[in-house]
Write a protein that binds this ligand. Structure first.
Ligand code: FMN
Length: 350
C-alpha cells in the first residue's frame, strides 16, 4: 500500500489503523534547532479530538503525542521526528458486521476490491483517526513557518446547508462547531440535533484563510501551490471538492470582473485567492473544501455482502454527525504542511 507519504523536503509518512495499538507520523526534512516538546501538541490535538461535543463520535481519545525520535534537549536535531499516539478507547465489537457487509459511502467496498483483505475495524486505514497524525505533523510545520508570521485559520463556513453570512474569526475559533456567524449558530445546532435524532448525517464546507504568506511559494509546473493545496485537502476522507479564491464561481465572471487590479499598495480585490501561476502573491490565500455527509448512519441502508448478495445494513457504533468541525484543525494542518514544504523548497532554491 504505497502513498502514505506527502511533501518533498518537509516530508511526512503516516502509519497506523483506527483499532490497532496506535498511529503516528514520521516527519522527515525538518530543519534542526527548532524548539519542540510534547506540550506543543496539546492545543492542536484537543481541537481535533473526538468527543468534544455531542455531535462528535463519543470515542474518548486523549490523543497525547509521544516523541520517539528526532528531538534532543527539546530541540529538533534534523533527524526524522517520529510522533506516536497510543489508542485508548477503541471498541471493535460494533464493526463485526463489516466483516461481511460494505458500508455505502465508506471505503469498505473499494478496499475489498483492491486488497481483498483489510482491517475494517473502525474504518482501519481509511478512518479519520489517521488525521490525528496529520495534525501532529502540522504542529511541526507551524514551527517551521513561525518566523514568517504566517497565520492559518479555518472555520466551518457551512454545515447542513446553513451558510455563515458573517465571518467573525474570533467567534469561530471559540465555538465548538468552529462556525463564524453567532446569529446562525443555533440553527446549525438544531440541524445537527435533527440529523442525529433521525440517525442521519450532514455535510458542509470548510473555508480557510492564510494571512502573511510571503510571495513566491509554489513551483511551476506540476507543483503549483494551488495544486498542492488541493491535493492536501482532497487527500482527506469525505472531501469531495476544493476551491481556491472564487473557485467554481470564476466560470461565470468576465475577465474584467475576475482580474484583481494591481496598485503600488497591492491588489484591490482577491478573486485569485492569493495564488497566480501556482505561486503565492502575498495576498491572503483563500481555500474551501466541500465535505460530504458522514457515511456511517444508523438509518437502515441497502448494500451487498462479500459474496455480492443483497443485504440490509443497520449500523451501530460511534460516529460523527458531521465531519465539518473536526475537519477544521485538519485542514489547517494540511495547509501548514504544504506551506512549510514549499517554504523549505523555496529557501533551498529547488
Ligand atoms: C474529521 C473526520 C471525521 C470523520 N468521521 C467519520 C465518522 O465518524 N464515521 C464515518 O463513517 N466517516 C467519517 N469520516 C469520513 C470517512 O473517513 C470517509 O468518508 C471515508 O474514509 C471514505 O472516504 P471518501 O469519503 O473520501 O470517499 C470522517 C472524516 C473526517 C475527515
Amino acid at each position: 500500500m504505497p502513498g502514505n507519504s506527502f511533501g518533498q523536503i518537509f516530508k511526512i509518512t503516516t502509519f497506523g489503523e483506527s483499532h490497532g495499538p496506535g498511529l503516528g507520523v514520521v516527519v522527515d526534512g525538518c530543519p534542526s534547532r527548532i524548539k519542540l516538546c510534547t506540550a506543543d501538541f496539546e492545543s492542536a490535538m484537543t481541537r481535533r479530538r473526538p468527543g468534544r461535543q455531542i455531535y462528535d463520535s463519543p470515542r474518548q481519545e486523549p490523543d497525547r503525542v509521544e516523541i520517539l525520535s528526532g528531538i534532543f534537549e527539546d530541540q529538533t536535531t534534523g533527524a526524522p521526528i517520529t510522533l506516536y499516539i497510543h489508542h485508548q478507547d477503541a471498541d471493535s465489537k460494533p464493526y463485526d458486521i463489516l466483516r461481511q457487509l460494505f458500508r455505502p459511502g465508506h471505503a469498505d467496498y473499494a478496499y475489498f476490491k483492491k486488497y481483498g483483505h483489510f482491517d475494517f475495524r473502525g474504518g482501519g486505514r481509511s478512518s479519520a483517526r489517521e488525521t490525528a497524525a496529520r495534525v501532529a505533523a502540522g504542529v511541526v510545520a507551524q514551527k517551521v513557518l513561525s518566523p514568517l508570521g504566517v497565520e492559518i485559520q479555518a472555520y466551518s463556513l457551512e454545515i447542513g446547508g446553513i451558510r455563515a453570512e458573517k465571518t467573525d474569526l474570533v467567534y469561530a475559533r471559540q465555538n465548538p462547531f468552529y462556525f463564524p456567524d453567532p446569529a446562525l449558530n443555533s440553527k446549525v445546532e438544531q440541524a445537527l440535533q435533527q440529523a442525529k435524532e433521525e440517525g442521519d448525517s450532514l455535510g458542509g464546507i470548510v473555508e480557510a484563510r492564510v494571512r502573511g504568506c510571503p510571495a513566491g511559494l509554489g513551483e511551476p509546473v506540476f507543483d503549483k501551490l494551488d495544486a498542492d493545496l488541493a491535493k492536501a485537502v482532497m487527500s482527506l476522507g469525505a472531501v469531495k471538492g476544493c476551491e481556491i479564491g472564487d473557485g467554481f464561481a470564476v466560470a461565470g465572471l468576465k475577465g474584467s470582473q475576475n482580474n484583481d487590479a494591481i496598485t503600488p499598495a497591492g491588489f484591490t480585490t482577491n478573486h485569485s485567492g492569493g495564488i497566480l501561476g501556482g505561486i503565492s502573491t502575498g495576498a491572503d490565500i483563500i481555500l474551501r473544501a466541500a465535505v460530504k455527509p458522514i457515511p456511517s448512519i444508523t438509518i437502515e441502508q441497502q448494500t451487498i455482502d462479500r459474496h455480492l448478495q443483497p443485504a440490509r445494513l443497520k449500523m451501530t457504533g460511534r460516529f460523527d454527525t458531521t465531519a465539518v468541525p473536526r475537519m477544521v484543525p485538519v485542514v489547517e494542518a494540511m495547509i501548514s504542511l504544504v506551506l512549510a514544504d514549499h517554504y523549505l523548497r523555496h529557501r533551498a532554491g529547488k
